[in-house]
Design a protein around this ligand. Structure first.
Ligand code: GLU
Length: 468
């Protein structure tokens, strides 16, 4: 036994990595990172009908995007059957497990009888002490105690005790030779020296059975922590019908992985009243003791606000690659080496809650508007706008400078000469340059577009207004 903390994330590859799974992975990963321990990835693919390589890849992709790295694995359960068999043989040899030849109909009749007598539906142990040799079509059952109770010292929920009379001799290997989840998981956790099993509380009913397997093997029992589920806004368990589930969908929507992780860590864990966490903060502050007992409710607006905060606190350098990806996805023509990009990003950082929004707002810096937004036209193209644009065009053509200060001075001189407020000048100019009713300030925009891009846009708007 070493003192190293070893945690694991063992997804079943029957779909993408969803936000609930990502949170479980995150808690285990953080705990390992916080304690200088180890985090293991294991693919629980014994359900061969529902497991797919596509899902395995999607899980890797999701973890990679989130930056959740593992120290060992990925292990695959389907490649570990010889290990499971050794432990199974040992249990049978020690009469702690046995082959059961009862037909499914017989077992169902026993359950029915128990139900009728007001007891829990259970297998009655008929084959106990009968079969120590493999039997055709037999399952293997664990011989469970008839008295006493099984106790879970749950690090999240506190102590839980289950009378052993409620646990029947459950199947550990099916008649087709496939080991059940409860058995494979215990043998894996045992042979991988897992010290802490942090998982969703949908697994809590499996835990007493798993503890009985450890006990039958005379093995150390890891610490268990069952984390409450993530709920949708209607307080039912989060599912597809609540919207996006796969973490990669959040990437598409323009979320930063660190913002999603920050949101997920807070959904079930807290550190004082701190809401904003960098990954480093999380790694330093995470504790199992501070995992909450009540379920977290997934709130898209909160996630979006937090994402905006992470964008604001990030740097153009870090935001550049994911922004370029968004622009490519939106088919916004751009030169990835455009030297204006860092300045465009810092300009848009305080104005964007997502990278998708940032990409949409960045578009006018790369492409001239092909149409003008109807609402923006109504609000900004007024009597006199044509003259304003002509004046700006004239001054900009003459201007030898393109800096933001020079551009602001230029706009102020237009205001002064025409005796107009800045809005009357900036409004039509904004539509001319961006096609939209909202954008960063006109001085900054003109400076970033430069004369070369701005003049043709202003001239196009003049032509538009002349025929308006
Ligand atoms: N494969 C199980 C799941 O995806 C893992 C449960 C566990 O952590 O033991 O739910």
């Amino acid at each position: 036994m070493t003192d190293t903390i070893i945690t694991r994330f063992p997804p079943s590859p029957t779909g993408y990595l969803h936000v609930g799974g990502a949170r479980t992975a995150l808690f285990n990963w953080l705990y390992a990172r916080k304690t200088g321990g180890k985090f293991i990835l294991r693919i629980e693919d014994t359900d061969t009908l529902r497991s797919t390589q596509e899902s395995v890849d999607a899980i890797f992709q999701g973890l990679e995007w989130l930056g959740i790295d593992w120290d060992e694995g990925p292990y695959y359960q389907t490649r570990r059957f010889d290990i499971y068999q050794k432990f199974l043989d040992r249990l049978v040899a020690e009469e702690k497990a046995y082959y059961c030849t009862c037909s499914p109909e017989t077992v169902e009749a026993m359950r029915e009888k128990a139900r009728a007598e007001g007891r829990n539906p259970m297998y009655d142990g008929s084959c106990r002490h009968k079969n120590r040799q493999p039997q055709p079509g037999a399952v293997v059952r664990l011989l469970t105690p008839d008295t006493g109770s099984t106790r879970i010292d749950d690090v999240v929920k506190g102590p839980i005790s289950i009378p052993n009379t409620e646990i029947d001799d459950f199947i550990i290997c099916r008649s087709d030779g496939v080991y059940t989840y409860n058995f494979a998981v215990v043998i894996d956790d045992l042979t991988m020296n897992i010290t802490h099993v942090i998982r969703g509380d949908d697994h809590i009913s499996n835990t007493p059975k798993q503890i009985l397997i450890y006990e039958a093997l005379g093995a150390n029992i890891p610490k268990f922590g069952h984390v409450p589920m993530v709920l949708g806004p209607d307080r039912t368990r989060l599912s597809k019908r609540h919207g996006a589930m796969g973490v990669m969908e959040y990437k598409k929507m323009g979320f930063l992985p660190e913002a999603l992780l920050n949101y997920l860590v807070r959904l079930g864990w807290s550190s004082g009243d701190q809401e904003f966490f960098t990954i480093e903060d999380m790694k330093h502050l995470f504790t199992l003791e501070a995992i909450g007992r009540s379920p977290g409710v997934f709130d898209m607006d909160k996630l979006t606000a937090l994402n905006g905060e992470h964008i604001q606190k990030s740097t153009p350098e870090k935001l550049l690659p994911p922004l370029l990806e968004q622009m490519t996805d939106l088919a916004i023509p751009h030169d990835p080496d455009d030297t204006r990009l860092p300045a465009i990003i810092s300009l848009l950082q305080p104005r964007s809650k997502t990278l998708l929004e940032m990409a949409q707002q960045a578009e006018p810096f790369f492409v001239a508007p092909s149409t003008y937004c109807e609402v923006a036209i109504k609000k900004n193209f007024k009597t006199g706008s044509l003259e304003v644009l002509k004046k700006i065009e004239e001054k900009l053509t003459e201007s030898e400078e393109e800096s933001e200060t020079a551009m602001e001075a230029l706009l102020h001189s237009v205001c002064e000469e025409m005796n107009l407020k800045l809005g009357k000048v900036g409004g039509p100019l904004r539509v001319a340059l961006t096609g939209k009713g909202q954008s960063p300030g006109m001085g900054e925009t003109l400076a970033l577009l430069g004369k070369e891009r701005s003049l043709p846009r202003i001239r196009a708007a003049i032509a538009f207004l002349e025929t308006f």
